[in-house]
Write a protein that binds this ligand. Structure first.
Ligand SMILES: Cc1cc2nc3c(=O)[nH]c(=O)nc-3n(C[C@H](O)[C@H](O)[C@H](O)COP(=O)(O)OP(=O)(O)OC[C@H]3O[C@@H](n4cnc5c(N)ncnc54)[C@H](O)[C@@H]3O)c2cc1C
Length: 501
């Protein structure tokens, strides 16, 4: 009889020690969120028997809390893009995705998604997910109407705009109000049940089952407080999300994210990543995360400027709020202000929730400088320099686009207080298991581990650089990578894997 001490998240159960298999399936999926649902649907679609194990009592994961924005482009543009007058060439979409992925962008994954994103949108529609044919031109966090197409990244901002022709690519599911992701996940969940996936709730994956050569044969799940042994002929697909809620893991791998006091997600305890590592999987980009303080909308605030506690600018403010927030974290100290004049200031939609208040107000920038106890001629000199160039439609230091440039010269002036240790900075992780575009989990030596797949935030996919993150990239990646992994595991089951049991 195998004792619980024989295996754990970090120690796989040896195949030879499995007392019995309680379940036999072709593909076992861990996690009923964005990636897991798509992996299950796709695997089942090939005729494979699929079991899905979810630790909570319901479906959705972090995806159900999300804004339901999905980053899609290329191929000349989606229906929504073309209707709104945007042609989106695949090569522009590809270039943007490569930039968004940062220094460690995965060229193979980017290529695959850039070439197939429109077909992926069609696939989501075929699962029953609705997208209205409409466009919102103004800056929003997420549409609170049921509208679809929005700008969700830094496409129009330097340096992205210099390398890829901009287009709005955030495709939001058709649902009014915050958290439209609930509708997305309810729709995908209904589909999972409809196609005949065997779903087990309240089932926590606690270990993988491996043979002496390291190939994965199944997993151990805890159901009703008892270990249940699952044999998965094609493989196990790990879709258990990221690790932002595991503060020990964050401390070890991504300590900069500890400065964000508002981790967002559901379980996200890193259990899926640890399971993959227990079988020899390599984790990569673990230090990267998405961080944001929602400082806009309204868009007029983009005409203001950010300064650090030296009174200096550090970013073109027309970038996506997450990119700006990442640069904020790079600044010395905690004190950060967003400067506005009478014409640009309006209370932000989420300022109260995000604890962004007015740090100083005055009739001159010198007065604001004194009120903030900054050395003389720091902030005021920064604003004077900015105003001089903005009046000519130029931003020689940070290249903010002309349409956002306006001298901040209409009193009264305000400095919005965006202190890192005070305002609400939300975050989730972007690092995870290293995988091939097929979802196969790789070792440190980049060899595929037989029978092991990962997708979504359990893996390291398209979004892997906080300074390049754009809203919609995570769900795009989770749903797309889930499909690839589910299909590959089903294929392995069909062809008979190289593993012997
Ligand atoms: C408030 C908010 C808004 C967001 N808005 C957007 C947006 O608009 N667009 C976008 O692209 N991204 C958005 N994101 C990010 C995005 O939602 C997530 O990154 C994405 O949903 C992750 O999907 P996933 O499938 O990897 O994980 P999840 O959807 O979290 O699914 C993981 C599942 O695994 C289960 N699980 C965990 N451990 C185990 C275990 N050991 N055994 C069994 N089951 C387990 C969990 O319970 C969960 O159901 C947002 C996130 C939040 C929190």
């Amino acid at each position: 009889m195998t004792r619980p001490a024989d295996y754990s998240l970090s120690h796989p159960c040896l195949l030879s020690r499995v007392p019995r298999f309680d379940f036999e399936t072709d593909v076992a999926v861990v996690g009923f969120g964005a990636a897991g649902s798509c992996a299950a649907i796709e695997a089942r679609g090939t005729g494979a028997r699929v079991m899905l194990f979810e630790v909570t009592s319901g479906s959705g994961g972090a995806a159900a809390l999300s804004g339901g924005e999905i980053y899609v482009g290329g191929g000349g543009g989606s229906l929504q893009q073309r209707t709104a007058g945007f042609e989106d060439r695949t090569e522009d979409f590809h270039s943007y995705l490569m930039m968004a992925g940062g220094p460690n962008a995965d060229a193979a994954k980017v290529r695959l998604y850039a070439d197939n994103a429109l077909a992926h949108l069609d696939w989501l529609i075929a699962q029953g997910v609705e997208f209205k044919n409409s466009y919102i031109a103004e800056r929003v966090m997420e549409p609170l109407t049921d509208d679809c197409l929005v700008w969700t990244g830094s496409e129009e901002a330097w340096p992205f705009s210099a390398q890829a022709r901009p287009a709005p690519r955030g495709h939001t599911v058709r649902r009014e109000g915050w958290s439209a992701g609930k509708y997305l996940m309810d729709t995908l969940a209904a589909r999972v049940h409809a196609v005949g996936v065997d779903v087990r709730f309240d089932a926590r994956a606690i270990a993988l089952v491996v043979d002496e050569r390291g190939a994965v044969h199944g997993l151990v799940v805890r159901i009703d407080n008892e270990p249940r042994f699952v044999r998965a002929r094609g493989g196990v697909v790990l879709c258990a999300g990221g690790f932002i809620m595991n503060r020990d893991m964050v401390k070890r791998h991504a300590p900069a994210l500890l400065r964000s006091d508002h981790p967002i997600g559901t379980v996200d305890d890193g259990s899926g990543i640890r399971l993959g590592m227990s079988a020899g999987g390599a984790s990569i980009n673990m230090m990267e995360g998405f961080v944001t303080v929602p400082w806009y909308p309204p868009g007029s605030l983009v005409k203001g400027i950010f300064v650090n506690e030296l009174g200096q600018r550090f970013i073109n403010e027309d970038c996506y709020h997450g990119r700006v927030s990442q640069f904020i974290l790079d600044q010395p100290g905690n004190r950060i202000w967003l400067l506005q004049d009478h014409e640009t200031y309006a209370p932000g939609l989420l300022h109260e929730t995000a604890r962004i208040g007015i740090g100083a107000a005055g009739e001159s920038w010198e007065e604001i400088e004194r009120e903030l106890q900054l050395p003389e001629d720091t902030l005021s000199a920064t604003v004077a320099f900015y105003n001089r160039h903005a009046s000519r439609g130029e931003d020689p230091l940070f290249h903010k686009a002309k349409k956002w440039l306006k001298p901040l010269d209409k009193p009264p002036f305000v400095a919005l207080d965006c202190r890192v240790d005070h305002a609400q900075y939300s975050s989730f992780t972007l690092g995870g298991l290293d995988t091939l575009p097929t979802g196969e989990v790789l070792t440190e030596g980049r060899e595929a581990i037989a029978g092991l797949y990962a997708a979504g935030r359990n893996a390291c996919g398209l979004p892997r650089w906080g300074k390049g993150y754009s809203s919609g990239l995570s769900i795009a990646d989770c749903t797309f990578s889930g499909r690839q992994a589910g299909r590959q595991a089903a294929r392995a089951a069909r062809e008979g894997s190289a593993r012997t049991s």
